[in-house]
Design a protein around this ligand. Structure first.
Ligand code: GUE
Length: 287
């Protein structure tokens, strides 16, 4: 058996098409949603992500505002730009690309929660815990949306989330255990005693540990869905390439696999666009 590919790139294209319709409705009311990005320094990976987000915006008719700051910027410099974007009506939502090398929690807390397209402001994470609607983090919702688009059963599924990071693992477990998803979640982390035994019981495995090749074929239940969120950089044949958390042999055992690149990464961008449009709709009184 060979696994079905969960093609995040294709779903990104579909979601962009769906969003163009909603952007047109906003345009009739004279509204153009605008995404702001704040990038600190010139890390090639971060620079690529930010560039891709602006290209995505242009693709569906959103405006975008880009603030690139030097690596030498202080926390106060970044906070000043955050306050400027909070006050800018052309910027309906924005994010500060991580990592900044600065106090991320301090930066996140300064963002207007109503403009928090990353869903990472402490208030919005709090609303998630409390079960009240608010912007949600892009990568975890992207994971759920990818499963939905391929009809992978979620309700009642045993899900193993590997990783407890604030951008993926932790909020993903909270999302999957809502009544609307109804999955049973085991959250694994570096303190987990027998990761293979936990993974073997799972109908869905989401690998968000940042450890290249952590999940191997022998750990996976035949027919399970395995999603790879890992984005480590490793040097292969003298070239820097992306290494996911899921080993290649998983595709021989799993029922579904997300490729990497081409899986969860594009879904993160799709959910970011969705958050930008949704926040603009809310501001326009359309939701
Ligand atoms: N405030 C903040 N928000 C983020 O959403 C955020 C962040 N900081 N910091 C870094 C991570 C990482 N991230 C990705 C986005 C898109 C791809 C993506 O589209 N990757 C493509 C191409 C990968 C390639 O070939 O380089 C793919 O997987 O097919 C990956 C990773 C967003 N992040």
């Amino acid at each position: 058996m060979t696994a079905q590919i969960l093609d995040g790139k294709a779903i990104l294209a579909t979601i962009k098409e769906e969003l163009r319709g909603r952007v047109a409705v906003l345009a009739e009311r004279g509204i153009t949603p605008g995404l702001g990005t704040v990038l600190v320094g010139d890390d090639p990976g971060s620079t690529w992500y930010v560039g891709a987000k602006h290209k995505d915006c242009a693709d569906i008719g959103l405006s975008s505002i880009r603030r690139d700051l030097p690596a030498s910027s202080s926390l106060d410099d970044v906070l000043a730009v955050v306050r400027e974007l909070n006050a800018d009506p052309a910027c309906t939502g924005f994010l500060v690309q991580q990592p900044t090398g600065l106090d991320e929690n301090r930066i996140l807390a300064e963002v207007d929660p109503a403009k928090d397209v990353d869903g990472l402001h402490p208030t919005n994470l709090g609303w998630l815990v409390l079960g009240q609607e608010a912007p949600l983090p892009c990568t975890p919702v992207g994971v759920v949306e990818l499963l939905r688009r391929y009809d992978v059963p979620i309700a009642g599924a045993r899900v193993v989330v590997v990783g407890r990071g604030i951008t993926v693992g932790r909020p993903l477990s909270l999302i999957l255990t809502r009544r609307s998803e109804n999955a049973t979640v085991v959250q694994c982390h570096t303190g987990t005693v027998d990761l293979a035994a936990e993974v073997r019981r799972a109908d869905i495995v989401v690998a968000a540990a940042g450890v290249p090749g952590l999940i191997t074929g022998s750990m996976v239940k035949p027919g399970a869905a395995v999603l790879d969120v890992g984005v480590s950089r490793v040097v292969e044949d003298g070239k820097s390439v992306i290494a996911g958390d899921v080993a290649a042999d998983v595709a021989e055992v799993a029922g579904w696999v997300s490729p990497n690149p081409g899986g969860v990464g594009p879904m993160t961008r799709a959910m970011l666009l969705t958050n930008v449009v949704e926040i603009a709709e809310k501001q326009a009184g359309l939701r």
